[in-house]
Design a protein around this ligand. Structure first.
Ligand SMILES: Cc1ncc(COP(=O)(O)O)c(C=O)c1O
Length: 397
């Protein structure tokens, strides 16, 4: 069966029986709720990854995986990044971790002191805010603004909020949840600010291979030597290849200073990926390219369908254009819903979305509760059902 046919054949009853968080939280016990929230794709994983995981399980080959000994994984990752993104990653700059969130937390802690400022562009994937608050750092919020047709950075506002105690710029590239794939000139403006204010740039590029035709992912550290020497890039195979439960991520250090600090951490506080994560990532980056190509094509068709549907059936919702990621931001303020958007769609449409209020700090996010994030990485039929339910609920208000 082709990848597309496999995706088209997804059945709600099979998905609802899954153990993972996305389905089990809402769809257990025949609730009828369709989950379109957390960032897992509903799609079956790539055959080369299935084969390797099956082999490990069949042989009970699930023993220790000594952390630094990830074999040729750095080279395999480097080869894929060079081919796909024109990014040269020397193996000695890579350190492996369990997940990207660990990388975000650690980099904030290593790159700044208590009370120092960390720039975050809101609305933002909520753990960015958690990393700042959890480490006792000060949030330097820079809300994205709606330009003529898409979200944009507000460079004047950014210049006005970065002060002498600001240390880190947390960049989400591509950006979750706006769906933006930042352009070279936007990234150059960030680099300029970072250089001028001597900031460390923490570039979360976990969605770097989920970029749609017409857009190109630009790796922040490739902008030039001055950008690279202040950057730590976080990425992983888990988002593109749908392996979040296998837990492997990596940091690529451009900044020598941060790499030294990282290497001084006691070995066992770090938590290292296990054998399933390592072998799955190796199969993904080495042999998963064709599957990923077909997956991005499927997502691309879903995004066109979704955009057209929202334009026709949910007028008043501000959305798109989706340049990257399968996470779609719906600004429902124009609908005047009687309650927060995610609550409304859960109660009245039986669709679980992420609550927009979580994508900004509580004190400075007026109206974010009237926004919601929708995950469109499911079959066209299920996406259609999700959207029909949402439109019907809105029409009844
Ligand atoms: C921007 C971004 N960073 C990090 C993560 C989480 O990555 P991990 O599962 O490796 O912690 C996500 C998950 O959706 C994400 O969207």
């Amino acid at each position: 069966m082709s990848v597309k046919d496999q995706f088209d054949a997804l059945r709600i009853e099979d998905l609802a029986a899954r153990t993972g968080f996305k389905w089990s939280r809402y769809a257990a016990n025949g609730s009828g709720i369709l989950p379109a929230w957390v960032a897992d794709m509903d799609f079956p994983i790539a055959e080369p990854i299935r084969r390797v995981v099956r082999r490990l399980v069949d042989r009970s080959d699930l023993g220790y995986c000594e952390p630094p000994d990830v074999g040729d994984l750095p080279e395999i990752f480097g080869r894929r990044m060079e081919e796909q993104l024109g990014w040269t990653v020397e193996p000695e700059r890579i350190r492996f971790l369990v997940n990207a969130l660990q990388g975000l937390d650690l980099s904030v802690m290593l790159g700044s002191e208590k009370g120092e400022g960390i720039v975050v562009q809101t609305p933002i994937y909520p753990p960015f805010l958690g990393a700042v608050a959890g480490a006792g750092r000060r949030l330097v919020e820079s809300p994205l603004v709606r330009g003529p047709d898409r979200f944009e950075m507000d460079l004047d506002q950014l210049r006005s909020v970065i002060d002498r105690d600001t240390r880190v710029f947390m960049l989400c590239n591509p950006h979750n949840p706006s769906g933006r794939s930042w352009t070279r000139s936007e990234l150059e403006a960030v680099a300029e600010l970072a250089i001028e204010h001597d900031l460390i740039v923490l570039a979360d590029e976990i969605h770097n291979e989920l970029v749609f035709p017409g857009h190109q992912h630009i790796v922040f550290e490739t902008l030039g030597p001055e950008a690279r020497e202040r950057t730590v890039t976080i990425t992983s195979a888990t988002k593109s290849f749908n392996l979040a439960g296998l837990e492997l991520a990596l940091l690529v250090f451009g900044s020598e200073k941060l790499k030294r600090r990282f290497d001084e951490l006691p070995h066992f506080v770090l938590a290292h990926p296990g054998i399933l994560g390592v072998e799955a990532a190796r199969a993904a980056w080495r042999d998963g390219g064709p599957w990923l190509g077909e997956t991005v094509a499927y997502l691309d068709a879903n995004r066109a369908y979704l955009t057209d549907f929202v334009n026709r059936r949910l007028p008043g919702v501000v959305h798109g254009p989706q340049e990257a990621t399968y996470l779609y931001w719906l600004d429902c303020r124009g609908l005047n819903l009687p309650m927060a958007a995610s609550r409304f769609f859960l109660k009245r449409a039986q669709v679980a979305l992420n609550d927009g209020a979580e994508f900004g700090p509580p004190d400075s996010a007026p109206g974010l509760e009237h926004c919601a994030r929708l995950n469109f990485a499911t079959s066209r039929a299920i996406l259609g059902e999700i959207l029909e339910r949402m439109a019907d609920a809105v029409e009844k208000v």
